[in-house]
Design a protein around this ligand. Structure first.
Ligand code: IMP
Ligand code: MG
Length: 335
């Protein structure tokens, strides 16, 4: 078995959907598996020039690849069925390709109502936190118990280990949210209720040694949506928000913007053990031509894009992994 994992190194919304889409196009995956989160996620994907936003469904469906919502995820059934319908209507044959692990958990309507009352964390109000709470409280409902899902169910053990359909299983793990929102490593309590690191992918049923590439995804500046105050004081962040269209793909909320926190990027790169890194949205800072980042309390000012790229590359290769391959991307559909 071979597995590649995509992890977000900041606060979600760094362009994981784009990387997943590009890797599905270029590699030979037999499966794409979502490993955490629920319909709090919003993955923006440009497929043949057309924009799609997915919440539950992994992007393997755009390339005819079997796509599974893994045991680490929580699913809201109506949203899931609606999403399949929308993809089918748009000409993407999702219905036969999408599966849900029998042991994934259900987000009930009650979970949504409860999460809808949240004011402290600024959640997406999609029922995520209450669903995970009930899962770990051992009173949750698993996918296998909901008759509406019966045709989509898959037993992960059989699928990955007793499957004659494929000579070798090759999995792409598509993550949701990001390191800064991880329930253990993020800025608790302003976090989501699932794990957003590479460890989370392994929990979905593959051996650690099967992992080939760990793709970290970040942006050249940072964004965060939620209740804590995050945005820097400069007016320029308003401009970045507009240029970068930094509005939530799930809730439409404006994302707060700040300069890259390089130390967090380094920490997330180390903890995830990444060997490939994509830094997105270079085109946005190209437009304003201001190149800044924080390292601890210090704000670093770079004279040009080249200068900043060189600094990031040198530091990460020196401190994290000398063989790390880093891509600086300013394109919606390609790495
Ligand atoms: P929850 O995951 O809906 O419980 O929200 C917890 C925190 O994570 C809030 O600050 C949300 O805005 C944030 N969050 C959850 N999902 C995403 C996402 O996909 N992108 C960005 N932020 C997210
Ligand atoms: Mg998103």
């Amino acid at each position: 078995m071979i597995a590649d994992v995509i992890v977000d190194l900041q606060y979600g919304d760094c362009g994981k959907g784009k990387i997943a889409h590009a890797l599905c196009r270029d590699k030979d995956y037999t499966h794409v598996i979502r490993y955490n989160g629920g319909c709090n996620a919003g993955h923006t994907i440009y497929h043949e020039g057309v924009k799609f936003v997915t919440h539950h469904i992994p992007c393997g469906v755009f390339f005819g690849i079997k796509s599974i919502i893994g045991p680490g995820c929580v699913v809201h059934v109506d949203t899931f069925l609606q999403e399949i319908k929308e993809l089918e209507n748009a000409g993407i044959p999702a219905d036969d390709l999408v599966h849900i692990a029998t042991n994934a958990h259900i987000i009930t309507d009650f979970h949504r109502i409860e999460d809808g009352k949240d004011e402290e964390i600024g959640t997406t109000k999609r029922g995520n936190g209450p669903a995970y709470r009930d899962k770990y409280g051992r009173r949750g409902v698993r996918a296998v118990e909901d008759p509406r899902l019966s045709k989509y169910l898959v037993n992960m053990y059989q699928e990955l280990y007793e499957n004659d359909e494929f000579e070798e299983i090759e999995v792409l793990f598509e993550g949701a949210q990001g390191f800064g929102l991880d329930v253990d490593w993020g800025d608790y309590p302003f976090v989501t209720s699932s794990h957003c690191t590479v460890g989370s992918a392994i929990l979905n049923g593959v051996p650690p040694r099967s992992i080939r590439d760990i793709w970290g995804v970040a942006k050249i500046y940072e964004t965060y949506v939620g209740a804590k105050s995050f945005e820097g004081p400069e007016d320029i962040f308003e401009e970045i928000r507009e240029l970068g269209q930094e509005y939530g793909a799930t809730t439409g909320r404006p994302r707060q913007v700040n300069w890259m926190d390089f130390d967090m990027l380094k920490m997330a790169s180390r903890i995830n053990g990444i060997n490939k890194l994509v830094i997105n949205k270079m085109d946005i800072l190209d437009e304003i031509d201001v190149w800044r980042a924080y390292s601890g309390p210090h704000m670093l000012e770079f004279s040009s894009r080249d200068d900043m790229e060189f600094w990031i590359q040198t530091k990460l290769q020196m401190d994290v992994n000398e063989d790390m391959k880093i891509y600086f991307s300013g394109d919606k559909e390609h790495i």
